[in-house]
Design a protein around this ligand. Sequence first.
Ligand code: ADP
Ligand code: MG
Length: 337
Amino acid sequence: MKLDATDLRYITSDEFRVLTAVEMGSKNHEVVPLSLIVQISGLRNGGVNKLVGSLAKRNLISKVQNAKYDGYRLTYGGYDYLAMRALSKRDSMHSVGNQIGVGKESDIYVVADSEGNEMVLKLHRLGRVSFRAIKEKRDYLGKRKSASWMYMSRLAAQKEWAFMKILHEHDFPVPRPIDQARHTLLMEFIDAYPLRQISEVPHPGKLYSTLMDIIVRFAHAGLIHGDYNEFNILIRRDSGEPVIIDFPQMVSTSHENAEWYFNRDVECIRTFFRRRFRYESTLYPRFKKTMEESSEGPGFQLDVMVEASGFGRKEMKVLEEVSLCSKTARAQPYIYF
Ligand code: ADP
Ligand code: MG
């Protein structure tokens, strides 16, 4: 999806009021009736009629003809706009550049602050593949069901923000988190290539053990990455050092399937190194042993700290369900074993 940076500047304040009214209305309406938009925005009826037309033309909202009533729905474009506006109001970001990635469930853009410093904006897109599956099965969102894709994408961004912050504070090799709004996350731009694109490294054994050490450090801090593969490991262009990204699926080492997640992360690296660099080692971390030698004690449990920071167990569970569903609903982009 194309982000239109010019829209950031040229929306009128009345259009903004109407757009916000549609967002608020969609918290408990799948399709927000025009009368509710009028009511929330506090603008005149005739005025709102014109404004919804111009917002719909710019794809920030879309008109939906319903069996019961006609109304409007916020689009991803509209949600993107609201998030970017919030970030630019806070002076976190100023302009939008090129798209550099289309992930499984996100879009990645290079953006800049007012001084031209480059950053990365990650827009979460949960629901692009997965939500249809989950909607049919689950009802735990209750009344919020109508706003589900917005809600789930926001949860994913909040979770990623919470983890990235705490990992960065504890000197893990992750991008520096800068700001978070709605379903988006602003972070440091890493001048790097994904490991996936790299055909040769000077010392495969050294990189291999660095990557395994990071898995062990994660586990000693109570965490498992959960998607530790060549797509989510960036290799810095200058130093060749790895930087780990993509945290919405992180799990605690006290999770019931922790060992399985841990082993999968380890296996991903072993398999990749065998195939790509013809490198194999008998040394690799085992879950039980890693947990036994965990020496930091309860004062250094990052999973507990993340929870204390406001991203609770309930939210974690909701996201986990979605990612499980999405894993079965889509074709796997890579093979684990
Ligand atoms: P997804 O959850 O959709 O897989 P990722 O966070 O893994 O999204 O990002 C997708 C791609 O975007 C990465 O493989 C990488 O190429 C690029 N990318 C993400 N974050 C950064 C960053 N901070 N700096 C540079 N490139 C990044
Ligand atoms: Mg990724």
